[in-house]
Every structure is written in C-alpha cells, then in structure tokens.
Design a binder for this molecule. Structure first.
Ligand code: NAD
Length: 496
C-alpha cells in the first residue's frame, strides 16, 4: 500500500489534513494506495510555494527554460513505459493505450520546446515620428491545472508544458482516482532541472479545488472534467478575477452516410466507441446512420465488438475495466434502462467476466440499436463502452440531430463524397471534426477544445491558443526625447 502525497518545492509533502482516499486497481478491485486529500491550509501552502517561485522563473532566460523542457522531453521519451504502467495500474486502460496517451502529451512538450518562437513580439519602427511601438507577452503567475481521471498524464500535459515554458509556475490538482502519474511527472521535472516550486502537485477533491478557484495568488485555471463541475469552476473562478478555460463533458456523434466505406466505418466505431472502455472525452458514443446503411453497419460493428478481449490491461487484452465499481454500476444501469426504454440490445457486455479477475470492474462492449433521442442512454454522457445507434433518413436529419445536442466536443462523418463532407465541416456546431477520422484530437500545434457545454471560456488548450492563455499582452510605445521637441499639448496623441 503506497501513500500518495502532494509535491512541493521538488519534494513530497504529506500535508496536515489527515484525510485520505483509497486508490484502486480497477482490474483486480484491490486497494493499492491512499492519496492525501488537501484541506485549505495544505492548498495554501502549495500555492504559496508556487507564488514564491514565480519571480525567478519568470526572469529565467528562454534558453534556460527551453533547456529544462528539452531535458524533460528526453527523460519522458526514455521512460514512458514506467508512466504507462502507472496509468494502467490506476486507470485500467490497456498498456498500449496508456502509451498512446503519453505520446499525445509528449507532443505538447515538444510544441512547448518552441516557446522562444511562439513568444516573439512585434515591433513597429516610426509608428509616429520618432516613436516606436512594440508588443510582448508575459507570464501570469501561478496557473492551476485541475484534471479528470480519464487521462491522468495527457490532460495535465495539455497545459503545464506551455504554462511552464511561458514562465508561469503551476499547481496541478489531479483526479483522486488515479493520482500517481502526477507525482511521477513531478519527479521527472525535478530530474530535468526545473527549479523548486515551479511545478507542484496538490492532491485532493473539492476542498482543494475550491482553494485554487478563490486564492488570489492563482491567476489562471485550466480545468477538464464533467460539464456540471466545469460550469461551476468557470463561474467561481471568473468571479474571483481569474482567466479560466473549463473543458466539460461530451456526447460525440459519428454520422455514417450511405456511400461510406463500411469496413472503415465499422472499425472506426469500434475503436472510438470501446477504446479505453469508452472513457474518453472524444469517444464516439452515438452512431447516426443515414438511409439504407444501418442494418449492414450494425452487423459489421457487432461482429467486431464480440471479438474484443476484455481484461486486465497488462495482459495483452483489447479493453480494460471501468475506473471504479460505482462507475461500472452506473454505466450498467444505463444499459438496463435502455433495454426497458425499447432500445435493441445487439451486443450485451453485462455478462462479460474475464477469467481469473473476479473482482475487476468489468463491462464488455455493448451495442444498442434503434436508440431514440429521448432515451437516457442518448441524453446523458455515459462514459463507458456503450455505442448507441440512431437511425435517420437524410443528411439534414443527421445534421439537425448533432446540432441539437447540448454538447459540442467532437464529431465525425464517414463518407466518400467530398462535397457532403465539406458541407458537414461547414455546418456542424462542434469544435473538433473528423472526416473519415473517428477521434479527431488536434495535434499539439493546433488547439483542443469543444463548443457549447463542452467548454466554458473562449480559449482552447495548447497550440497558439494555449500560449495566449498562459500569457498576457503588453504594448509599449517609446520615444527617446529629442531636445528640439517638447511643449505642452493637451490634445489626444495623434500619429504624425
Ligand atoms: P469530474 O468532473 O468528476 O472531475 C474532474 C476534476 O474535478 C477532478 O480533479 C475532481 O477531483 C474535481 N472535482 C470533482 N468534483 C468536484 C466538485 N464538486 N468541485 C470541484 N472539483 C471537483 O470528472 P471525471 O469523472 O474525473 O472525468 C470525466 C469527465 O471529464 C467526463 O465528463 C469527460 O467527458 C470529461 N473530460 C472532458 C475532456 C474535454 O476535453 N472536454 C477531456 C477529458 C475528460
């Protein structure tokens, strides 16, 4: 049994709350550790360390900052298997998927290595006679990153490499369900030579978050989690004068047109629906079939879904368990309800029991057909290995269905018709769109973010929007006095 502490000034910090929460291996059901839960005083201690480290880190040269980032990137690349194993042990996703998560986070570290270029300002000589104007971007101070359970390494890495590269200091508050990845990353930063106090970890729950949202030393909040919490984080933190990007939940649709390559579409639905047991914010959970395509597509998805091997992610399986027993039971209840509501259960994952692991939090791939938009399996974000098929007759109906959904994180269209794909790209009200690509997570030099109830705030993660989020602009107007000019003039300055 390990104790998972906070991390401050490049060393573990036990905190004084005395309160902990159990951490479980979802494949075995065994409690493997206890994570500290911060009280307000613990949180204040961590935030104060980050605030104290800010002036020196802000003033560290770009060369020094990027040297640390490059070292961090090299260490991460060399030791990614260790991190993947930690993720699988606490989250449950299979090892190959955990490695994929690390790789997508590493992309952002690589993007942040280019910070000298990204922070270059503008300069206008002689904006007015003998007056020059320049612009620069400066760091904010302490940035809080509050992350969900489903990507314990990648989601924090959407933010902290850019925040740190830009000269901020960071307090990461990971999910209490899988907190160990954060400490591994913190140790790696220390090894890479990051000065004490620049990257800190605060373990905990709502109590810790509340302090981050209200403490005056915290200047920016990057949150990722469910929509109700994202909305409340946005409201509270903005009311306390902070800039906030709060990414929320999702219900991602894949529209399949009659001319689509059905094998590609079926493979994509299975990969995007059941990968990571559906616990991805970009998972496809609703398949919208247009016209005649439905029966054949459902048959091909079912054929593939029944072959998926569910089991312990360290043993070469395709799909791991759900993160907790409570979450597994909740997802299962959605399947029960869908059956009661009249959905057709084509593949039933409720009976799946991997051999040798009786206490894991299992639910096999589940395929529901003839789902209606008023059923709870459609209206709610299930966040499990459950694919719902909705049948419509036309493209217009499919588009209207997607656009009527309150979430707008990701979507995809499957078709061989470039004109239809282009129309969809233009008309769909969703932040990230895939054309024959099921999980269109943008590469690091673009920005990640949804629309509507999937993001509160107006700045997406990483890419140039990330750089803007973690910096503020300053414009400097300069004149070096010429003794021949001068005199009092109360008029508004004009360019001459
Ligand atoms: P969650 O909302 O339960 O928790 C997210 C974070 O908020 C955690 O750090 C948690 O400790 C904290 N938290 C929980 N309750 C809180 C409260 N009442 N007040 C303040 N903080 C609180 O989310 P989760 O279950 O960990 O993650 C799954 C959710 O995250 C899904 O809805 C998923 O769609 C979403 N998600 C979204 C994206 C995206 O990019 N939009 C990415 C990943 C996950």
């Amino acid at each position: 049994m390990t104790t998972i502490a906070h991390w401050v000034n490049n060393e573990p910090y036990a905190g004084g709350s005395g309160s902990t929460s159990p951490v479980t291996n979802p494949a075995t059901g065994a409690v493997t550790g206890e994570v500290a839960l911060a009280d307000a005083r613990d949180a204040q201690h961590v935030i104060a360390a980050a605030a104290a480290a800010f002036p020196a880190w802000r003033d560290a040269s770009l060369a020094r900052r990027t040297a640390v980032l490059f070292r961090f990137r090299e260490l991460l690349d060399a030791r990614k298997d260790e991190l993947a194993a930690i993720i699988t042990a606490e989250h449950g996703k299979v090892l190959s998927d955990a490695l994929g998560e690390v790789a997508r986070g590493q992309e952002v570290v690589e993007f942040a290595c280019g910070i000298p270029h990204l922070l270059k300002g503008g300069f206008s000589e002689n904006a007015s006679t003998s007056v020059d104007v320049s612009s620069l971007r400066q760091p904010l101070g302490v940035a809080a990153v509050i992350s969900p359970f489903n990507f314990p390494a990648m989601v924090p890495m959407w933010f902290f490499p850019v925040a740190i590269a830009a000269g901020n200091t960071v307090v990461l508050k990971p999910s209490e369900k899988d907190p160990s990845a954060s400490l591994w990353l913190a140790r790696l930063w220390a090894e890479a030579g990051l000065p004490a106090g620049v990257f800190n970890v605060l373990q905990g729950d709502k109590v810790a978050v509340d302090e981050l949202l209200t403490n005056p030393a915290v200047k920016a909040v990057s949150f990722v989690g469910s929509t109700p919490i994202a909305r409340s984080v946005y409201t509270t933190a903005t009311a306390h004068g902070k800039r906030v990007q709060a990414l929320g939940g999702a219900k991602n649709h894949a529209v399949v047109l009659p001319d689509a390559d059905l094998d590609l579409a079926a493979d994509s639905m299975v990969n995007a629906g059941f990968g990571s047991a559906g616990e991805r914010c970009m998972a496809i959970s609703a398949v919208v079939t247009v016209g005649s395509v439905a029966d054949e597509l459902v048959a091909r998805i079912a054929e593939r879904a029944t072959k998926i091997r569910t089991g312990d992610g360290t043993r070469g399986t395709d799909m791991g368990p759900l993160v907790t027993k409570a979450h597994r039971d909740k997802v299962k209840a959605y399947v029960d309800q869908a059956e009661t509501d009249g959905a057709k259960l084509v593949v039933d994952g409720r009976q799946v029991r991997p051999e040798g692991e009786p206490d894991g939090f299992w639910l096999g791939p589940t395929l529901l057909d003839h789902v209606r938009t008023d059923m709870s399996c459609y209206t709610d974000e299930i966040f499990g290995p459950v694919l719902s098929v909705l049948r419509v007759e036309t493209y217009e109906e499919a588009l209207a269905l997607v656009n009527a959904n309150p979430y707008g994180n990701g979507t995809a269209i499957f078709t061989n018709d470039g004109g239809a794909a282009r129309k969809f790209r233009n008309e769909v009200e969703v932040g990230m769109v895939g054309i024959n690509v099921p999980i269109p997570v943008p590469v690091a030099y673009y920005s990640f973010g949804g629309w509507k109830n999937s993001l509160f705030g107006d700045t997406h993660a990483h890419g140039t929007e990330g750089v803007h989020f973690f910096t503020r602009g300053k414009v400097v107007t300069t004149r070096w006095p010429d003794p021949s000019q001068g005199g009092v003039n109360l008029g508004f300055p004009r360019n001459t």
